[in-house]
Design a protein around this ligand. Structure first.
Ligand code: ATP
Length: 280
């Protein structure tokens, strides 16, 4: 793993007392023809600290993507609001970069060009050499220097997802929004990317909001695990604080007796207390 060189902007951490990302009384409903609105999320409150890694887990269809989409600005709340550093979020912006499960790279462009495109659209006036350097640094960050000139069709799923992570981080977002980023990967590649994400986060401390269906992934990566109740009208059921010291090592984490305590607690939440009745 290489680190980003001199072009990296050190994260400016807000004073701890200042709220960073605030989700307040967030409700989202959709109109239903000839009937009552369908309420997906109902009164979600969550404050995320700067530099925190928060995972969101919940059954399929409970509204996890809807929640993160309102942080990204792709959807607007019906009631309530999301604020980043006291500024209400009303639209997408480069301060909140999203990585989706299914790569979303432009297939006719190389890995380099895919990353360059975003940098150029946010900083059109930066000298080209500087933009090139940012791309090279971020390809190196995810171990893809050799693949710079390959197109998505020539890359494995894991490599494509690395490019997506590099592309997102290259814009120096304040919040990295990850919507099940490793969901389509095989277990070995998934573990590799978890390790890489953990290293990148440890070095750069970007604030992360990540959806996962994998409790083990959440326990390895996150500071807090937000567990959603089932929809319709899903809420935050509980938030678990994940106490393992950082930097984390998978083996050490899994050897910690608290690991199984937390894992069982989360499993009980999902499969007993809020068992899914086959929707979505
Ligand atoms: N534009 C829309 N109009 C109406 N209903 C919608 C719309 N978008 C999403 N929904 C509904 O909102 C609910 C939550 O969807 P969402 O994708 O946020 O769930 P999720 O928890 O992310 O699911 P998964 O884990 O399967 O990705 C679902 O019942 C979905 O059908």
């Amino acid at each position: 793993m290489q680190t980003v060189n001199s072009t990296t902007v050190e994260p400016k951490l807000s004073p701890p007392s200042e709220p960073f990302l605030v989700i307040e009384q967030l409700t989202k409903s959709y109109p239903v023809a000839g009937g009552e609105d369908y309420v997906v999320l109902d009164g979600i409150d969550l404050t995320v600290n700067e530099g925190e890694f928060v995972c969101v887990i919940g059954h399929s269809g409970c509204g996890k993507s809807t929640l993160l989409d309102m942080v990204s600005g792709f959807r607007t709340p019906t009631i309530g609001e999301v604020r980043l550093q006291n500024k209400r979020i009303t639209q997408p912006g480069p301060d909140r970069m999203v990585v989706f499960q299914n790569y979303s790279l432009l297939p006719w462009m190389t890995a380099f060009e895919n990353i360059y495109l975003g940098i150029h659209s946010v900083w059109p006036d930066k000298p080209k050499a500087e933009k090139d350097q940012i791309v090279h640094d971020h390809l190196a960050l995810v171990g893809l220097t050799e693949a710079a000139n390959k197109k998505p069709g020539q890359l494995s799923g894991g490599m494509k997802q690395r490019v997506c992570i590099a592309r997102a981080l290259a814009l120096r977002p304040q919040v990295l929004v990850l919507d099940e980023p490793f969901g389509a990967l095989d277990p070995i590649t998934r573990e590799e990317l978890q390790e890489e994400l953990l290293k990148i986060w440890t070095e750069h401390r970007v604030t992360v909001l990540m959806i996962t269906h994998d409790i083990d992934e959440a326990l390895l990566l996150s500071d807090r695990l937000v567990m959603m109740t089932n929809g319709p009208a899903a809420k935050i059921g509980e938030v678990l604080t994940i106490p393992f010291p950082r930097p984390r090592d998978r083996t050490l984490v899994m050897e910690d007796p608290k690991y199984y305590e937390l894992r069982n607690y989360a499993l009980d939440f999902l499969y007993h207390r809020f068992a899914h009745d086959d929707v979505g």
